[in-house]
Structure formats: structure tokens, C-alpha cells
Design a protein around this ligand. Structure first.
Ligand code: ADP
Ligand code: MG
Length: 262
């Protein structure tokens, strides 16, 4: 049993406060959906938990099983059991998917003897073509293939807590079903705790949230059960967000679109 505990988290980017007091607790086997309009701070939340450079935590804490996550470099957060599926998976020329996973497993003290069989089985399970397994990470893959690739990594590494930043963005309906179903299985059978960040409720068809939180302007303004996602599906964010803040429904510029932008 593991618990990710976020308390009163405040974080700034380039001097602007983006997260303004986030409280959230995710335990093994639970699925928490964090939903919010564009620019609410969803990607910032995932970046701060995982330790992406450029974010200043100004107050609050993040712990995994009591360990201060914010004091660790990103790679130690990963080996401690946190895993982030990025909204825009990065292409890494020259670095092979199977080599990355072998190194990651080794750094976690886990064996790699059966890795080839595990990779084949996981690839088949989510309809990811086996020929991509020994290819440079994400290079020349379509949006759907990239997210299947990320989902495969998540399944093989089997973290304590999985953070999904808009797993559904760039996915067609088949890939969305395959990926979200795999995450749901990881949560049910594998006891992985899931923090699923998303703008749309379509992700939450196969991946069934136990709790839904609505993030607006860097704060969770409402929490509830799965029915909250249904309210958003029919009514949108209007009931939760002042009208002037809903005007621009485009991704904010200067956000996390390009991992290497800075
Ligand atoms: P969401 O994922 O909910 O759409 P983000 O966390 O990407 O929102 O962004 C929240 C706000 O923080 C936006 O106004 C965005 O422009 C700003 N922001 C995020 N990252 C950066 C950055 N690296 N530099 C400047 N502003 C940023
Ligand atoms: Mg985002």
C-alpha cells in the first residue's frame, strides 16, 4: 500500500504563481481524475510532482509513503515509484525503447531476464506493433503510437503511482480504449494508484475514476465521485469557472508543449 500526499502545494513558474494551494491524496489501487480547463495548472501539477526543472515550490509538501519527494532529483522520484506519462511524449533519437526499459528496471533492482517476452506480451495487449520495440524512443511514431508506447512503459515499469497528463490528447478512439483499459487494469490488478489529469471526460469511459477533482486557476475547487465527470460532460466547466476565464479554449502558449523549449 502506497500513498502520494500533496498538501497545500504552491508553485511558481517564472515568478508567476500557478499552483495556489493544492491538496490531494492518491493511494494504491485508487483512480483520481484531475480535470480542468486549459491553463488551470494541470501540467504544472504533474511537472512539479515529478521534478521538472523551472518550477519553484513556494509552499506545501509532496510525500510518497512519508518520503519528501520534493527533496529528490527527478530520477530518484522515478525509482521511488512515481511515473509520469507526458502530454507530449518526447522523441529521443538514438535511444532504444527496450534499452531504456532494461536500464530503468536494473536501476530499480529488478531483473531483465524475461524482458523480451514481457515486452511482446505488453505490446500485443495494447495493439502496439512489436517492430517499434527496438526503435528509438517515439521517433517517427504517430500520436496514437506514442501514447501506446508510453502506456507500455508504464505497464512494464509498474510504478506505485502513475501520473497521466492528458493521456487522451492526440489519441484516436481505438488507441484511447487500449491505453485507458490498460491503465484501469494496472489499477485493479496491479494496485497502481492513478492520478489521471485530463480536460475531457472521454478518458474516463474505460478508466473509471473513484474520485474526480476540478482544478481551476491552480486550486481544486470541487471534488466528488465519478458523477462529477458526467456533469462536466453535459454542462462543461461553466458552472465551475468564471465566464471570463473560459473565453480562450486553446492551450496556453509558454506552457509545456515542448519539453526542450527552454
Ligand atoms: P494546463 O495543463 O492546465 O493547460 P499548464 O500547467 O500548462 O496548464 O499552465 C498553467 C499556466 O502556467 C498557464 O497560464 C501557462 O501559460 C503557465 N505556464 C506553464 N508553464 C510555463 C512556463 N514554463 N513558462 C511560463 N508560463 C508557464
Ligand atoms: Mg496541460
Amino acid at each position: 500500500m502506497s500513498t502520494l500526499e500533496i498538501e497545500n502545494l504552491h508553485a511558481s513558474v517564472a515568478g508567476t504563481e500557478i499552483l495556489r494551494g493544492v491538496d490531494l491524496t492518491v493511494s494504491s489501487g485508487e483512480v483520481h481524475a484531475v480535470m480542468g480547463p486549459n491553463g488551470a495548472g494541470k501540467s504544472t501539477l504533474s511537472a512539479v510532482i515529478m521534478g521538472r526543472p523551472g518550477y519553484e515550490v513556494t509552499d506545501g509538501s509532496v510525500t510518497l509513503d512519508g518520503v519528501d519527494v520534493l527533496a529528490l532529483p527527478a530520477w530518484q522520484r522515478a525509482t521511488a515509484g512515481l511515473h509520469l506519462v507526458m502530454q507530449y511524449p518526447t522523441e529521443v533519437p538514438g535511444v532504444m525503447l527496450d534499452d531504456v526499459l532494461a536500464e530503468a528496471l536494473t536501476s530499480r533492482g529488478r531483473g531483465t531476464g524475461d524482458l523480451a517476452e514481457v515486452l511482446d506480451a505488453e505490446a500485443d495487449r495494447i495493439n502496439f506493433e512489436r517492430r517499434f520495440l527496438h526503435r528509438p524512443l517515439n521517433v517517427d511514431l504517430s500520436g496514437g503510437e506514442k501514447k501506446r508506447n508510453e502506456t507500455l512503459q508504464l505497464a512494464v515499469l509498474h510504478p506505485k503511482i502513475a501520473i497521466l497528463d492528458e493521456l487522451d490528447s492526440g489519441l484516436d478512439i481505438d488507441a484511447l480504449r487500449d491505453c485507458s483499459r490498460r491503465v484501469e487494469d494496472l489499477s485493479n490488478e496491479g494496485d497502481v494508484g492513478v492520478l489521471a489529469i485530463t480536460h475531457y471526460s472521454r478518458l474516463l469511459k474505460e478508466l473509471e475514476p473513484d474520485h474526480v477533482h476540478i482544478l481551476v486557476k491552480g486550486r481544486i475547487v470541487t471534488s466528488g465521485g465519478p458523477e462529477l465527470a458526467q456533469v462536466l460532460e453535459s454542462d462543461g466547466y461553466a458552472a465551475f469557472v468564471p465566464a471570463e476565464d473560459l473565453a480562450a479554449d486553446e492551450p496556453a502558449t509558454g506552457g509545456l508543449d515542448d519539453l526542450f523549449a527552454s
